[in-house]
Design a protein around this ligand. Structure first.
Ligand code: DX5
Ligand code: ZN
Length: 215
């Protein structure tokens, strides 16, 4: 299983997006994590399709789109067509999660399903057979710069165990929120292999060293 760093654009200087993307790619980030927030599913509004179309043009690495929006099925076509490589939606926001997964796959994209810290593993279990990635939120979604919640580690281990026992060890487990040089180790030991980071890697002078420390 490959360990990957997904750089969260929420942590960069959005007024200087093109240079920030170039800088974080040079620093060694594997994916660009794009946090789409609608002000309804979460208490914040970030950016949407017009911005991501520009990000796609500037990016040389895959777009890892994290939809924090209500009723995500309505927007799968848009985020797929603009060039997202993986699309992750929230289980809590979808009335028919399987239909969302199928729609993402119909576009030939990787499908991720995400759970908030308070959502149990049992809720996501029925979808482990068909997703390409599970995103375990390690903070309440909505804002960058929050503190990592260690109660989520047990859920990561449980999901990794379930995936292994159903013969799907290739499925990625991504963690998002409060990931830094210390918390990354705990998540990796628990079974995660994709590490989202905003504040930690964009907030320092030496971004290359920060990305390296996550790997
Ligand atoms: C929070 C977002 C995260 C956020 C992570 O809802 O999903 O991707 O940008 O930021 P840090 O790394 O600062 O916790
Ligand atoms: Zn995110």
């Amino acid at each position: 299983m490959k360990d990957l760093v997904s750089a969260s654009l929420l942590g960069c200087d959005l007024a200087d997006l093109k240079n920030e993307i170039e800088s974080i790619e040079k620093a060694g980030a594997d994916w660009l994590h794009c946090d789409v927030m609608d002000g309804v599913f979460v208490n914040n509004i970030s950016f949407g399709t017009p911005v991501l179309k520009c990000v796609k043009k500037a990016a040389g690495i895959p777009l890892d789109t994290h939809l924090m929006i209500t009723d995500p099925i309505r927007y799968i076509d848009d985020y797929a067509e603009l060039g997202s490589d993986m699309i992750t939606f929230h289980l809590e926001a979808a009335s028919d999660p399987q239909a969302v997964i199928d729609k993402i796959h119909a576009h030939g994209k990787s499908a991720g399903i995400s759970i908030k810290p308070g959502t149990p593993v049992s809720a996501v279990k029925p979808y482990l057979e068909s997703v390409d990635m599970v995103l375990v939120m390690t903070v309440e979604p909505g804002f960058g710069g929050q503190k990592f919640n260690p109660d989520t580690l047990e859920k990561i281990s449980e999901i990794r165990y379930l995936l292994d026992s159903m013969g799907r060890p290739q499925v990625d487990i991504e963690v998002d929120g409060g990931i830094n040089g210390q918390t990354v180790k705990l998540c990796r030991e628990a079974g995660a292999n994709v590490f989202v980071s905003g504040t930690y890697i964009f907030g320092v002078e030496d971004r290359k060293a920060a990305v390296k420390s996550l790997k």
